[in-house]
Design a protein around this ligand. Structure first.
Ligand code: DX5
Ligand code: ZN
Length: 231
């Protein structure tokens, strides 16, 4: 099942995560993102079981899609992705990723198929302490790999520096296999670490707190993009 996303050159590599936002001014923030050419919103879905936090349901994906032009990148931090995938796709998610830590190796491809069969882009997610080799057998079958640079569950955590080496090892394997699989990184990303992630081979960057702490989204996004382009 060889279906990969080619990184179309004008895809904005910054994927804001709305987990850390103040929900009372979420609409204003999303308007800001829209004005600053953000293409994707990263929706952190938590079930209170795989991670110790609860967050959004499919209704959040539907609300974003019905109100804004964004695509939705649903990151499922859930113990039963096979049950949740159809609900988030039904709600309008464009990209869906699930954690390798909760699916038996023999079930990974059928779970990927639940996403690809609905013409959505499929991603596999690895926690910081899961070996990068875990995803090597699936690089031809998915559109992106999401490497967590924090342990999932909460925004605002400290970036785990070892992620840079993990990105480089994954990029090496993608090159050797000749697949188009993209590398997305998520957690604790800011202008002090995004350059080394890009240099190591990362394509897409999920950013929550660093964006939400900004009082000038346009300037912050420009700073981030300059760091990415500067590599
Ligand atoms: C953590 C989430 C991340 C996180 C990123 O479980 O997957 O998307 O919210 O946000 P920051 O940038 O705040 O670490
Ligand atoms: Zn996430």
């Amino acid at each position: 099942m060889k279906m990969n996303t080619t990184m179309n050159s004008n895809l904005n590599p910054v994927f804001p995560s709305i987990l850390s936002t103040n929900f009372f001014n979420l609409e204003a923030k999303l308007n800001d993102f829209e004005k600053n050419n953000i293409d994707f919103i990263h929706l952190d879905v938590m079930d209170g079981h795989f991670v110790g936090n609860l967050s959004f349901g499919p209704a959040a994906a539907a609300a974003i899609k019905s109100t804004f032009n964004f695509k939705v990148d649903a990151h499922l931090m859930v113990s039963n992705p096979a049950k949740m995938i159809p609900k988030f796709i039904q709600a309008g998610s464009d990209w869906v990723s699930f954690h390798m830590e909760v699916v038996d190796k023999g079930k990974v491809n059928e779970t990927i198929a639940l996403i690809k069969n609905q013409s959505c882009q499929a991603g596999l997610v690895l926690n910081p302490d899961s070996p990068v080799e875990t995803v090597f057998p699936f690089l031809e079958d998915v559109d992106f790999i999401l490497l967590m640079s924090v342990f999932p569950g909460y925004g605002g955590q400290k970036f785990i520096p070892g992620t840079v080496e993990k990105v480089a090892a994954l990029k090496q394997q993608i090159r050797e296999q000749g697949t188009q699989c993209l590398i997305q990184v998520d957690g604790g990303i800011n202008t002090s670490n995004i350059g080394s992630l890009k240099k190591a081979g990362a394509d897409l960057f999920v950013i929550g707190t660093f964006l939400y702490n900004s009082d000038d989204i346009a300037a912050t996004i420009n700073m981030i993009q300059d760091k990415i382009k500067g590599v």
